[in-house]
Ligand binder design. Structure first.
Ligand SMILES: Cc1cc2nc3c(=O)[nH]c(=O)nc-3n(C[C@H](O)[C@H](O)[C@H](O)COP(=O)(O)OP(=O)(O)OC[C@H]3O[C@@H](n4cnc5c(N)ncnc54)[C@H](O)[C@@H]3O)c2cc1C
Ligand code: SF4
Length: 487
C-alpha cells in the first residue's frame, strides 16, 4: 500500500482509503515566511496538523522542515496524494516523479462532473442552476424526481433584517474547543517564530475553531440540534454583539478537511426527515454546502487562471496599510471598525460583513482585486485560494457571477444591522461632515464606474436615481478627498 501524503487541509479520515494506511505529513515553516497570515489562522492550521500526527502515531511519518522539498528528500518510498487545493500545489506535486496524484476529495461534486455541466453554459453558470444539478445528481432532498416541498429553492430571497431591538439572536453559541498541550506547543512556537522575524496579522487568542475531526463533528452536531432551525432567516443580517448569528462556523473545519461535506449534507437531510427540522432552514444550509461551497471550488478549477472580466473591471489602487493590518482603531465608521476589529481578534467574521462591509468598501474605493484576494486568504481562518475566484473576485469585486452586484450604501447596512445607531456618521447623508462613507462611496462609485457595472434592472434604477442627484460632483470631490484614508 502506498504512503498517502496528506496536505494540511486534508486531515480527516475521508482522505484515507484504509484505517491503517501509512501516511506522510509535512509541516513547512517557509509557508509562514511567504505571507503574513492571521496569527489565529497559523495556530489553527498547525494545531490541526499536529493533532492529526498525534492521532495517527506510528502510522504517520511527520516531518517539520523549512520546505516541502527538504522533507521529501527524507522519504524514499513512492507516495500518493489527493489532488491539492491550489494551482501552485497541484503544479508542485505533478512535477515530482515519485508522487501519484489522485482525484480531489473533501468536496461533493467531482471536477469532471462540474465541467460536463458547465461546458456549453459559459456566461450562464448560475449557482442556482448548479445547485439543482447537484441535488439531482447526489439525490439530496428529492423524492422521486421532485424536490422535497415542491420547489428547488423554497425561499432564495429570504433576507430578513435582524429582529427589532435584539442585540443577539436567542441561540446558544457554537461549542468552543478546549485547548491542550499541542495548542500550548503551537503557541510557544509561533511566539518564537515572531521573535525570529516571521510576521503575522491579527491578535492571538484562545482557539475558537475545531482542530480535530472529533471537535468538528461535535460542532456540527450541536449546530444541527440547537442552531439549524434559525439558519437562513437572518442570513444577511448583522448584529454588533452577535458575531455568530445562526451561522454554523464550520467553514474552517470543512476547509481543513476535518469534516466531510457529504456527511454534513446527509446529516442535515436527516435532521429534516427524521427529526422534523424546518425544511427552509435545512435546505438553506444544504444550499450553502452542496451548492455554494462546491460551486466556488469547481469554478476555481473550471476558470483556470483567468477570471472573466478580470482586467477591465479591476481596481487600480493599493489596499491601504490600515485595512491590510486590521487597524480597527484608526477607523471611526462603526460598521467597518467593528468588522475589522472582530477580524483582528478572531480571524473570522460571517459572510455578510465580508461581502457588504469589507468587500463593498474595497470595491467603492477601487482597490486592487489581487491584493484583496491576498487579504481574505491570509486574514481568515477559513481563507483558501480556491475560495477566492468566486467570493473575493466574482461576487465581491466584479459582481459578474450573480444577478446582483454586491455594492450598497449606508441605507442597506442600516436596514440589515444595528451598526448605524452608534455611529458618528449618518447613513442618510452623502455630503458634509456627517456623510456616511458607504453612502457617499456608493454614489461616487456609480458615477465613476457607471459603464462598467453589470447591466441589470436594479442597477438601471440606481443609475436613474444617480442622474437625479443635484450634488454628484461635490460627492465625487468629497470622496476623492477622503481617498484611502481610514473613514
Ligand atoms: C469576500 C469573501 C471571501 C470569502 N472567503 C472564503 C474563504 O476563503 N473560504 C470559505 O470557506 N468561505 C469564504 N467565503 C464564504 C463565506 O463567507 C464563508 O464560507 C462563511 O462565512 C463561513 O462561515 P460559516 O461556516 O458559519 O458559514 P455558514 O453560513 O454556516 O454556511 C455553511 C457552510 O457553507 C459553505 N459556504 C457558504 N457560503 C459559501 C461561499 N460563498 N463560498 C464557499 N463556501 C461557502 C461554508 O463551508 C460554510 O461553512 C467568503 C465570502 C466572501 C464574501
Ligand atoms: S452610518 Fe455608515 S459608516 Fe456608520 S455604521 Fe452606518 S453604514 Fe457604517
Amino acid at each position: 500500500m502506498s504512503r498517502r501524503w496528506l496536505f494540511a487541509d486534508q486531515l480527516g479520515p475521508h482522505f484515507l482509503d484504509h484505517r491503517h494506511q501509512p501516511v506522510l505529513l509535512i509541516e513547512s515553516k517557509a509557508v509562514f515566511r511567504r505571507r503574513a497570515y492571521h496569527r489565529q489562522k497559523a495556530h489553527l492550521v498547525l494545531s490541526a496538523l499536529r493533532h492529526r500526527a498525534a492521532e495517527l502515531g506510528d502510522q504517520a511519518i511527520f516531518l517539520r522542515t523549512e520546505t516541502y522539498r527538504q522533507a521529501l528528500r527524507g522519504v524514499r518510498e513512492p507516495l500518493e496524494v489527493c489532488h491539492p487545493t491550489s494551482r501552485a500545489a497541484l503544479a508542485f506535486v505533478r512535477s515530482l516523479d515519485r508522487v501519484t496524484v489522485l482525484p480531489p476529495r473533501g468536496f461533493v461534486t467531482a471536477v469532471d462532473d462540474f465541467a460536463e455541466w458547465a461546458d456549453g453554459r459559459r456566461g450562464a453558470l448560475r449557482m442556482e442552476a448548479f445547485y439543482r444539478f447537484a441535488r439531482e445528481r447526489h439525490r439530496v432532498l428529492v423524492d422521486g424526481d421532485e424536490p422535497v416541498g415542491g420547489r428547488w429553492s423554497p425561499d432564495p430571497e429570504n433576507r430578513e433584517p435582524p429582529p427589532k431591538g435584539a442585540r443577539r439572536l436567542d441561540l446558544p453559541p457554537p461549542p468552543m474547543p478546549t485547548e491542550d498541550d499541542i495548542d500550548a506547543e503551537v503557541r510557544a512556537d509561533l511566539d518564537r517564530w515572531e521573535r525570529e522575524g516571521i510576521r503575522f496579522v491579527g491578535r492571538d487568542g484562545p482557539r475558537r475553531f475545531p482542530a480535530t475531526t472529533r471537535e468538528a463533528t461535535a460542532r456540527l452536531r450541536h449546530f444541527l440540534r440547537h442552531r439549524l432551525t434559525h439558519f437562513g432567516r437572518y442570513a444577511d443580517a448583522m448584529l454588533a454583539d452577535d458575531p455568530w448569528m445562526a451561522h454554523s462556523a464550520l467553514s474552517s473545519a470543512f476547509n481543513l478537511g476535518l469534516l466531510d461535506p457529504v456527511q454534513a449534507v446527509r446529516a442535515a437531510e436527516r435532521a429534516y426527515r427524521r427529526d422534523g427540522a424546518p425544511l427552509a432552514a435545512v435546505e438553506g444550509f444544504i444550499r450553502q454546502v452542496l451548492g455554494w461551497r462546491d460551486y466556488v471550488w469547481n469554478l476555481y478549477w473550471y476558470f483556470g487562471r483567468g477570471h472573466p472580466g478580470r482586467d477591465e473591471r479591476a481596481g487600480r489602487r493599493s489596499v491601504p496599510a490600515w485595512f491590510r493590518d486590521l487597524d480597527a482603531d484608526a477607523v471611526r465608521a462603526r460598521c467597518l471598525s467593528d468588522v475589522l476589529g472582530d477580524l483582528r481578534e478572531h480571524g473570522w467574521v460571517h459572510h455578510v460583513p465580508r461581502l457588504m462591509v469589507l468587500g463593498n468598501y474595497a470595491r467603492q474605493r477601487g482597490w486592487r482585486a489581487a491584493e484583496l484576494v491576498d487579504f481574505f486568504h491570509r486574514g481568515f481562518v477559513d481563507g483558501y485560494a480556491w475560495a477566492m475566484t468566486v467570493n473575493a473576485i466574482g461576487l465581491s469585486q466584479y459582481a459578474d457571477l450573480d444577478r446582483r452586484p454586491y455594492v450598497a450604501g449606508g441605507a442597506y447596512i442600516n436596514r440589515m444591522s444595528d451598526y448605524c445607531g452608534g455611529c458618528r456618521y449618518d447613513p442618510r447623508q452623502r455630503l458634509g461632515a456627517d456623510a456616511c462613507p458607504f453612502t457617499a462611496g456608493y454614489w461616487a462609485l456609480l458615477a465613476r464606474d457607471r459603464n462598467r457595472l453589470p447591466p441589470n434592472a436594479r442597477m438601471a434604477r440606481q443609475l436613474a436615481q444617480l442622474d437625479r442627484l443635484p450634488d454628484v460632483d461635490q460627492v465625487l470631490d468629497q470622496e476623492s478627498h477622503r481617498g484611502d484614508q481610514p473613514p
